[in-house]
Design a protein around this ligand. Structure first.
Ligand SMILES: O=C(O)c1cc(C(=O)O)c2c(n1)C(=O)C(=O)c1cc(C(=O)O)[nH]c1-2
Ligand SMILES: [Ca+2]
Length: 570
């Protein structure tokens, strides 16, 4: 008996030690708990569900008119500032685009800097990002901050000190693959994608050990020879077929599923990769312009939903997947919601991959409907460009009905707040050959404003009735992301640099302030010592406007460049 007790004591001691060291503990479970604490904003989209909903209500529809600046913090970058900060406890971690500083840790209540992570990044990265030098943020887990870098590397730094702990190469940036979005911590892994849809990269999602940075798995988003669906590609075109998962992922711990969207196929001229049967509505060039569900244990693909088969208009399928439970036909149903670049708003059962609905949320001309049984769009034949077949008046244009700027979902109003675009284009194709690190496009795509005389619209969207409940129209497209709170508020910044608070129920503007440069990033909210704050990064882009001709010039003329963080409180 005495011996047994000693053994048990030893076992308890070892177990206690292991717990203290964190060995065996799951980083994602701790992170999920951190995300459930309303004071934090623990991940890019608030939690694994990417709702960008803060349960804080100290700042609310009654008092938001008194919001005032708590502090601002200069990010040192004049490029595209797209970062959504995270807050763990009293520390905020915010990334910047090109300074080339990378991550700042600051006291979230005062703005005092704790540390700066400033790795050496070669200047030539700037020619390998399709759409400017940017970083949409960082991820936290196991006492570390993780950041994907423009040089194709993923780095882990100590959350307390900013000391670099490991760096690993995810992808050769010289093929036109930069990392612009934060990774996702799942189990004890750091999962990341990368860009390159415009350079003919072959996309993949990759998982790294959280402690060592060792590669655990890599799953291509384009099947190779011998793998299912490789025959949806013409010849060897799969090798440079795009499908890059360059934006952010979501995770459902209940079914242990990671969801990630994939980019446009390469090249933009679809003839190069067309299987040529003319059945354009069939699912083809898999798994590009899709939502892909992964088993994070082994990285296996469970199922996918393709939004734009054999995409010919640069409709990347990367937009964030917002996880929620919606009452559908009298039953709480686990879904993901996605406002696709292709102009359709998808509600999909996230347990099965079955489409519940897919309805237009912006003026959309390339397809009339989506068959929810098969996922096939009913295409408008005249709108698909090909050799000797230039097309006119395609809506949305290539920036999409919505681009990367995040939407938010409020479980109380049951509305989704979508930063949408109303822009159209003509499109003609040209011959194109693959060359490493060079744009692989083969298209001309002059832009013009969409119908109705406005180019941007903040839409409060009812995902069950598929209708707009309230909207705010703007003259410019490509405005900022949104955030919504339990204080009945929705926050949104625009490309004139104005940051707004609206009544989440009816769209009444309750407060606004001018921040000096166009806003692309999504705001966040957090609290420190019982006081609620609202934060947003400003700093307009110049890269996407360069694709948009006269429309783009309006965007760059609207405000000067300038990267800064602004934090407000009551
Ligand atoms: O296909 C790709 O790999 C890829 C990557 C990125 C990126 O990483 O920023 C963008 C796009 N595509 C893209 O199509 C796009 O419209 C876009 C806008 C932005 C931006 O930061 O404003 N990035 C990207
Ligand atoms: Ca793209």
């Amino acid at each position: 008996m005495a011996r047994f007790k000693t053994r048990l004591d030893n076992a308890c001691f070892v177990l206690g030690l292991l717990t203290a060291l964190g060995t065996g503990a799951r980083a994602d479970e701790a992170l999920d708990r951190a995300a459930a604490n309303p004071s934090n904003w623990a991940m890019y989209g608030h939690g694994y569900d990417n709702t960008r909903y803060s349960p804080l209500n100290q700042i609310n529809a009654k008092n938001v008119g008194h919001l005032k600046l708590a502090y601002s913090f200069q990010l040192g970058s004049l490029r595209s500032n797209e970062s959504s900060p995270i807050v763990i406890g009293d520390t905020m971690y915010v990334s910047t685009s090109w300074g080339p500083k990378y991550v700042y840790a600051i006291n979230a209540a005062t703005g005092e800097r704790k540390w700066t992570y400033e790795p050496d990044i070669p200047d030539d990265v700037l020619q390998y990002g399709c759409c400017d030098a940017n970083s949409r943020g960082v991820a936290y887990g196991a006492g570390k901050i993780f950041v994907g870098r423009l040089d194709g590397k993923l780095a882990a730094v100590d959350a307390e000190t900013g000391k670099e702990l490991w760096v690993t190469t995810v992808v050769d940036y010289k093929q036109g693959s930069v990392i612009t979005s934060p990774p996702l911590v799942v189990k004890n892994m750091v999962i990341t994608g990368f860009g390159g849809g415009e350079y003919g990269a072959r996309g993949s999602l990759q998982a790294y050990d959280i402690e060592t940075g060792k590669l655990l798995w890599r799953t291509y988003t384009i099947p190779g020879p011998g793998e299912p669906n490789n025959d949806t590609w013409k010849g060897d075109s799969w090798q440079h077929g795009g499908g890059a998962p360059w934006l952010v992922g979501s995770y459902d711990p209940k079914t242990d599923t990671v969801f990630w969207g994939t980019s446009n196929p390469g090249p933009w001229n679809s003839v190069v990769r067309s299987t040529g049967d003319g059945n354009y509505g069939k699912l083809t060039n898999l798994y590009t312009s899709s939502t892909v569900a992964f088993d994070p244990g082994a990285g296996k693909i469970k199922w996918w939903v393709q939004g734009t088969p054999e995409d010919a208009w640069d409709y990347d399928g990367v937009n964030e997947l917002v996880l929620a439970n919606l009452p559908l036909h009298g039953k709480e149903t686990p879904v993901y919601m996605k406002a696709d670049r292709n102009g359709f708003f998808y509600v999909v059962n996230r347990d099965t991959g079955k489409i519940v609905s897919a309805e237009k949320f912006v003026p959309t001309t390339w397809a009339t409907t989506i068959d929810i049984a098969t996922g096939k769009p009913q295409e408008v034949a005249d709108q698909r460009p090909g050799p000797n077949h230039p097309v006119k008046g395609v809506c949305p244009n290539l920036i999409g009905g919505k681009n990367w700027q995040p939407m938010s979902y409020n479980p109380e109003t049951r509305l989704v707040y979508i930063p949408s675009n109303n822009v159209c284009m003509d499109w003609s194709v040209s011959e194109v050959n693959y060359r490493k690190g060079v744009f692989y496009l083969g298209a001309e795509f002059p832009t013009h404003p969409g119908p109705g005389g406005y180019m941007g619209e903040l839409i409060a969207w009812d995902p069950i009735a598929h209708k707009k409940v309230w909207t705010v129209k703007t003259d410019l497209p490509f405005n900022g992301g949104t955030m919504t709170t339990a204080g009945d508020l929705t926050f949104w910044g625009d490309l004139h640099g104005v940051f707004h608070a609206y009544d989440a129920k009816n769209g009444t503007e309750l407060w606004k302030t001018s921040l000096g440069s166009g806003i692309g990033a999504g705001p966040i909210s957090f609290s420190v010592k019982g006081k609620q704050y609202i934060a947003v990064v400003v700093g307009r882009t110049a890269s996407i406007p360069a694709f948009l001709g006269a429309v783009g010039k309006k965007i760059t003329d609207a405000t000067p460049e300038g990267g800064a963080l602004f934090v407000f409180t009551e």
